[in-house]
Design a protein around this ligand. Structure first.
Ligand code: UDX
Length: 439
């Protein structure tokens, strides 16, 4: 929304939420999310044509286009538990829009929705008045690079009712907003269901690439191959492409797991068990990779980490964000805590309270230490376990760090971002992902 405000000075954008604390944060100097470049963008538009408020109904009534950007978490209760999306926020949004609108509007699904959610929204809106148009306009930005992704997207996808003049006009109206800064050939127009399914499929394909290279990483470790070399050789084929082939401790983030589960649920719902089990394999491989990595740590430390201090470098699900949703660090650290290790955490952006909440660690629990620098975390540790690819980890003084650690000093590089040869020369014992050649 901030990018629309920035690119379209003549359009007023109102961001509304019933959560007043969140709105207050968006109106304050310290925004509720960390995203490189976002601060300047928000502060440049806020109060001019970008407004944050709790006046939900007032903003709906004043708007021509209403975007629904609410959570669609995986259901943790009842029907479809563990795989279906919880649409209760979407439904309640649609009801609020129906109630607050005195004229027909274009209503845009911005959250990632399961296929045919637009039907739910349409049905609720149509019960109040006939002149609403529902569009699907999924967002493809990635966290950490959101501003650049929005400024220069690979594509903008708009799905709508292509079969009626009103539907086509609504698609064109939304397309004209993006056309202020996105070239027309990048604006893809489809029917509603294709748009909804494309978003789930895009995330499933991306997650599948990571699970594919992670599966190969296990084989690399067994055979003496190097997964980065294999990825480079495979990715050099232009049909495969080199991006998104970085082996890791597993993918995290708010989208991949949720959207895959959603896709699997849809396949099951439409009685396509073979398709469901194909995608289930991607999810299973990700869980396997996290387990495999934490087992590697425990086994290397002589199958005993009870009472041993382990430095955790990074807790966010990826670099350049403070987001920990579905972060692989959560499962891996829970495994270590299950072995009664003492964890010394350092992440440049994730607050202590968030780590505590994710791991269920009470204040005063001696199994967790929160550090202000990676040096402090490493002190007296038996091992450094690197879980997030923060740039600053690459340039630390590892010679200095080693002297402060318990010996032998281990490094487990869960992101393959350190110079393993140098670390070996410094006398560390090193294990990494898919590096059959490092030990
Ligand atoms: C993703 C999609 O990229 C984006 O298009 C969609 O809109 C939302 O979901 P995001 O979750 O923000 O974006 O981050 P992304 O960069 O895709 O990384 C997801 C996870 O995969 C991270 O945990 C990351 O560390 C991991 N990853 C990514 C790998 O392990 N290897 C890779 O090669 C790339």
């Amino acid at each position: 929304m901030t990018m629309i405000a920035r690119k379209c000075a003549d359009i007023r954008v109102d961001v509304v939420d019933i959560n007043s604390a969140r709105i207050a944060a968006w109106n304050s100097d310290s925004l509720p999310v960390f995203e490189p470049g976002l601060d300047a963008l928000v502060k440049g538009a806020r109060g001019k044509n970008l407004f944050f408020s709790t006046d939900v109904e007032g903003a709906i009534e004043a708007a021509d286009i209403v975007f629904i950007s609410v959570n669609t978490p995986t259901k943790n209760y009842g029907y479809g538990k563990g795989s279906a999306a919880d649409l209760s926020y979407v439904e309640s949004c649609a009801r609020t829009i129906a109630k607050a609108s005195k004229s027909g509007k274009i209503v845009v699904e911005k959250s990632t929705m399961p296929v045919r959610t637009a039907e739910v929204i349409k049905t609720i809106l149509a019960a109040s008045r006939p002149d609403f148009q529902v569009l699907s306009n999924p967002e493809f930005l990635a966290e950490g690079t959101a501003v650049a992704d929005l400024e220069n997207p690979d594509r903008v996808l708009i799905g709508g009712d292509e079969d009626t003049p009103e539907g086509r006009a609504a698609i064109d109206t939304l397309a004209s907003v993006y056309a202020r800064w996105v070239s027309p050939e990048k604006i893809i127009k489809t029917n509603l269901w294709s748009s909804e399914l494309s978003k789930l499929t895009a995330n499933a394909f991306l997650a599948q690439r990571i699970s594919s290279i992670n599966a190969i990483s296990a084989l690399c470790e067994a055979t003496g191959a190097d997964v980065d070399q294999v990825a480079a050789a495979v990715g050099a084929d232009s049909r495969v492409g080199s991006r998104f082939l970085k082996a890791s401790v597993g993918y995290g983030g708010s989208c991949f797991q949720k959207d895959l589960l959603n896709l699997i649920y849809l396949c099951e719902h439409f009685n396509l068990p073979e398709v469901a089990s194909y995608w289930r394999g991607v999810v299973d491989m990700n869980a396997y990779q996290k387990r495999r990595f934490s087992d590697m740590v425990v086994e290397s430390l002589f199958r005993n980490i009870r009472g041993k201090r382990i430095a955790i470098f990074g807790f966010a699900f990826k670099e350049n964000t403070n987001d920990t949703r579905e972060s692989p660090a959560i499962d891996i650290c829970k495994n270590f805590l299950g072995e009664n290790a003492v964890l010394a955490f350092y992440d440049p952006k994730v607050p202590e309270a968030q780590i505590r909440a994710d791991l269920g660690i009470e204040e005063g629990d001696p199994r967790a230490v929160f550090c202000r620098t990676p040096y402090e975390a490493a002190e007296n540790s038996h091992a450094i376990v690197l879980l997030t690819h923060w740039d600053e980890f690459k340039t630390l003084d590892y010679a200095k760090i080693k002297k402060t650690m318990a010996q032998p000093a281990w490094i487990f590089d869960g992101r393959n971002c350190l110079d393993h040869r140098l670390l070996l020369e410094l006398g560390y014992l090193v294990r990494a992902i898919g590096k059959g050649n490092v030990s």
